[in-house]
Design a protein around this ligand. Structure first.
Ligand code: THG
Length: 266
């Protein structure tokens, strides 16, 4: 499982405040704690600070690279200009992921050349101009079109991560199952991988962390390759470690036992 740490996201009030006041200690601490907890990538989202997103992205990336010189970054932005600014601001030896494109042709046309030029991994949301997918098959069809389109341009599909878009079960009770159904279908596209942001699934319900962690366990079994999540959340860590042990990807349950000894499990 590829872990993408979600904590540096400007939709969180504390993060927004820290970016606004240029509190480097807060941002470097959030990067450090996530990397120490096993995050393979650090997601960076500065989109809430409209108007200053480019400068904010530039500053946050310099702070993270200062703290962790070989940090891998997942650039999370709806703005082409902010993504471009981030790619230019990144001088480290690590690897980059762009979050995200979709089936939207204008978006593909602007972002894909950047992903090719800077040799990044790329997240593609399985939706297009027609809107949000309902069924597992809708998600697969959207993924298939993007896959063909991106491949035609010479992008290495081994670096492509499809996000089948999780929706809240509180209002759409069939959507978690449809998401899970889409995973093996999408992974039938040679080389393609899957990713998701977990927390939408639990929106509107109490004890959200429990739902998120349980759903993560199901998604890992269904073939999820990567997830944007909080690597410091004990419920999440418990799901990751129990899944590895139960699915035989954690040799002699070593990581599970290690996490237990370190008091990291619920
Ligand atoms: N797919 C892709 N990218 C994404 C998402 C996705 N990027 C953003 C988001 N979804 C994932 N990142 C976060 C970051 C922080 C939080 C949630 C998702 C967060 N949530 C609050 C918390 O946990 O305290 C709760 C917020 C709430 O109550 O709504 O911090 O799906 N490709």
């Amino acid at each position: 499982m590829l872990i993408i740490g979600e904590r540096i996201n400007s939709t969180k009030e504390k993060v927004k405040g820290a970016i606004g006041s240029r509190d480097a200690g807060f941002i470097s601490g959030a990067a450090r704690s996530q990397a120490d907890a096993g995050a393979d990538y650090i997601d960076v989202n500065c989109a809430v600070t409209l108007g200053s997103e480019l400068q904010d992205m530039d500053w946050v990336l310099s702070v993270i690279q200062n703290e962790i010189p070989d940090a891998n970054i997942c650039i999370d932005s709806p703005s082409y200009l902010a993504i471009e600014a981030a790619l230019k601001a990144y001088h480290s030896k690590g690897s980059l992921m762009i979050n995200s494109i979709s089936g939207d042709e204008a978006r593909i046309r602007s972002i894909l050349p950047l992903a090719i030029k800077y040799n990044t991994k790329l997240i593609a949301l399985t939706m297009d101009e027609k809107g949000m997918p309902q069924t597992g098959n809708d998600r697969f069809e959207a993924a298939r079109k993007i896959y063909e389109r991106v491949k035609k341009e010479g992008f290495d599909v081994g670096n492509l991560y499809f996000d089948p878009l999780i929706r809240p079960i509180a209002t759409e009770p069939d959507q978690a199952v449809e998401f899970l159904r889409s995973l093996p279908l999408i992974k039938g596209l040679a080389g393609a991988k899957t990713v998701c942001g977990l927390s939408n699934v639990s929106y509107g319900l109490p004890n959200r962390r429990l739902i998120n962690a349980s759903f993560l366990t199901m998604a890992i079994h269904a073939g999820l390759d990567a997830a944007i999540l909080d690597p410091l959340d004990k419920y999440i860590v418990s799901s990751l470690r129990t899944s590895g042990a139960l699915l035989g990807t954690d040799e002699y349950c070593g990581k599970y036992i290690g996490a237990y000894r370190e008091g990291k499990l619920i």
